[in-house]
Write a protein of this length. Sequence first.
Length: 100
Amino acid sequence: MTEILAQLFAQGRGEGADIATLRAIAEEAGELGASRALARLGLSDAAAEKDMAELRELLGAWRDAKRSVWKALIGWVARMLLALVLVGLAVRLGFAGYVK
């Protein structure tokens, strides 16, 4: 519990409220606050669960695409380095005439 909530519980107990009532009030306040936050984000309607699932799917696809781009980029860099090594070997072994 936060310090403020603990102080409110102590104050309520001092004024005669039982702990179950205080916990119920805190739970109701938490649910109300969560509902307000979801409403501010535009996620309080019936389609919100579907919207969140679609957003998660889109985010997963984005991460997969980024991973694929990095793998492709690394593959191309490796191929270019290998090609440079082969050209260097060809020049060193005297096959420069064939390269021209």
